[in-house]
Ligand binder design. Structure first.
Ligand code: M6R
Length: 610
């Protein structure tokens, strides 16, 4: 997770770059840097970098003056925090800043080394700089070279580029990572979020995936991925200097659903380019704690409890040790058997949920001293109370309905299952590599699922009129059905229940009629044929089915049977993908009903009372 700032203006932009970085420091602060084109004696590129906070960079930049520049504050992913890994990265006379992760950087690096480029950092970004240079060398113009470069990138990026040969132009581009352009009569700017731009303008333009924007002192030109010029709407930001901005979204929940590729990318960024899992992801003492672990007890509430339920399948399957999952408010008052060698895993977005905190203290009072918190808030009470910790990088979650916190918790839990499996010698090198590849690809895979939104919004029209809904899933997708039902009731106030599909005939089938929509999560796994039979049971009773299927689900759509196919089959990590359409379905049903999406009645974001 990093922050970038780009500025081209009539006046000195160095203070603008530095102030922008200060605003973006929440996105990472292990190093900072900037590059400018000075024009006093002909254009010349100058770069300053420092390990540490923006204040240190500012001290170095005291006398610097320029009208064109880029800047970056870093949260290390590829390569340790050090000056040589700090951005901007340079290739000859051009400089690049980048926020995101380039998945194919190793392939690019090898190819560029073959062409004679020397790499001086461990970052993925340096490959972008040299790639861009290689396109310029082949005779492309500045814009053409940036287009050619981004077309070769796999992964997520927001970049800013300047070149000594182009003293009147800055180019920015994005896909997957955020980037907003700020427009003013005195110049044009870009940054990772609006808070960094408020110092110079409130007129902002949100770039879309694949967009490239060419900034000069008095113009901004936007090109789509296919090279066509496009007008993106300019809006006036209402953001107060310290609020979390809503951007182009109507609600925080919608924003947070769409932030999931970024949130997962940031959460998984700590893997860097590693080829193997390191238990140290969970803390310095994790190797010892995980080797002492003989079983896992997961404790959480609400959505976090659903994440724990998915993890039970992963831990038992990947690590081969038993795992139980408890609702915190139940566990803390139950007389339970405390077995030695139990790793207590507490999951919480806020880290302040009273029941979860009390349940953790209760477990410790029973002598269960191996504990791990998976949490989105680093300094929270639950984190402080736990021996090991994994901080998800979802960023602030404002909407009461939890979305990006859930998928990032799942990513953390998948890493936990793999780490225990590794420590226990249950993980083959091939399985480890496959799992790492799938994890790293998740942001891209989720971005594709988000493209289903228009079709889901259409389904939601009919849904919003219903009083009840039934969600079905099997195996590790049963908790996903539970999560879908929770989301729907929480924000649309439609009564929803979830069942493992095999349980249908043991009671809930009695509820099924034309007024009870049935939503099925249907991944292409070993239970698919069984699930299909369960769905036939619903159809035979006149129930209307809405199926989120994988590729390979072969029943054709018909009256009363609606199917949306997920873009990719995702094996063990499939729950991370399958929850996303359910989040969108509840969001759109709530929109149709006109409820207060971000602050549903009777609820609160952090439940700090019992
Ligand atoms: O902050 P936590 O993860 O501990 O919160 C637990 C639940 O209160 C929370 O997940 C709640 O269920 C959400 N509103 C669900 O969307």
């Amino acid at each position: 997770m990093c922050g970038i700032v780009v500025a081209i203006a009539q006046q000195n932009i160095v203070p603008v770059l530095l102030e922008g970085l200060r605003k973006l420091e929440y996105r990472g602060y292990d190093s900072a840097g900037l590059a400018v084109i000075r024009t006093q004696e002909g254009p010349s590129l100058e770069r300053l970098r420092s390990v540490g906070r923006v204040a240190e960079l500012a001290a170095q930049a005291d006398d610097l003056q320029a009208q064109l520049g880029i800047a970056h504050t870093r949260w290390a992913t590829h390569g340790i925090p050090s000056e040589r890994n700090a951005h901007p990265h340079i290739s000859d006379q051009l400089a690049v800043v980048h926020n995101g992760i380039i998945e194919n950087y190793e392939i690019l690096r090898e190819r560029l080394q073959g062409e004679g480029y020397t790499f001086v950092s461990d970052t993925d970004t340096e490959a972008i700089a040299h790639l861009l240079h290689s396109h310029l060398k082949r005779g492309q113009d500045f814009v053409g070279a940036v287009r050619a470069t981004v077309s070769e990138l796999v992964g997520a990026y927001a970049i800013g580029v300047i070149s000594e040969h182009e003293p009147d132009t800055a180019i920015v581009a994005r896909s997957g990572s955020p980037l907003v352009v700020g427009i003013s009569p005195n110049g044009n700017f870009a940054a990772s979020d609006t808070s960094a731009l408020l110092q110079v303008t409130r007129e902002v333009m949100y770039l879309e995936n694949g967009d490239i924007a060419v900034l000069t002192r008095n113009n901004v030109r936007v090109l789509r991925a296919d090279g066509q010029s496009v007008q993106r709407p300019v809006s006036t930001s209402q953001l107060s200097a310290d609020a979390v901005e809503l951007g182009q979204y109507r609600h925080y929940m919608q924003k947070e659903i769409f932030e999931q590729p970024r949130a997962l990318g940031d959460t998984l960024a700590m893997l860097g380019g590693a080829h193997s899992i390191s238990p140290q992801l969970f803390g310095a003492d994790a190797q010892r704690v995980l080797s002492e672990t003989q079983r896992v007890l997961i404790i959480a509430c609400g959505t976090s409890w659903h994440a724990g339920m998915v993890a039970r399948y992963w831990i038992e399957e990947i690590a081969g040790i038993s795992c139980s999952v408890e609702i915190a408010s139940e566990y803390r008052y139950r007389r339970s058997v405390a077995e030695p060698g139990t790793l207590v895993v507490v999951i919480s977005q806020s880290g302040e949920t009273a029941d979860t905190l009390a349940a953790l203290k209760h477990a410790k009072s029973l002598g269960l001293n191996l504990s791990l918190a998976i949490c989105n808030v680093p300094e929270s009470a639950i984190v402080r109370e736990s021996e090991l910790r994994f901080i998800t990088r979802a960023g602030p979650e404002i909407g009461v309905a939890s979305t990006k916190a859930f998928t990032t918790q799942l990513a953390a839990l998948a890493l936990l299952a793999l780490s225990i499996g590794k420590v226990k010698g249950k993980l083959s090198p091939e399985a480890e590599k496959d799992a790492l590849d799938s994890l790293r690809h998740l942001p891209v895979a989720i971005a594709k699922v988000l493209e289903l939104e228009p079709a889901i919004a259409q389904w939601a029209q009919g849904f919003a009129m219903k009083q009840h809904a039934l969600f079905l899933g099997r195996g590790m997708h049963y908790p996903i059905a539970l999560e879908g039902a929770l989301k729907l009731k929480e924000i649309s106030y439609i009564h929803a229940e979830a069942y493992p599909a095999g349980e249908l005939k043991h009671g809930p089938l009695a509820l099924v009629d034309k007024d009870m929509p049935v939503i099925a999560v249907a991944p292409n796994d070993a239970l698919l044929e069984k699930l299909k039979s369960n769905l036939q049971e619903v159809r035979a009773r006149g129930g209307e089915l809405f199926v989120f299927a994988d590729q390979g689900f072969e029943i054709p759509e018909s009256d009363g049977l609606h199917i949306l196919r997920m873009p990719e089959n995702y094996g063990l990590l499939s729950p991370v993908l399958h929850v996303v359409p359910l989040q969108l379905l509840s969001y759109h049903a709530a929109l149709v009903k006109g409820t207060d999406v971000d602050k549903p009645r009777n609820l609160a974001k952090s439940v700090t009372v019992e």
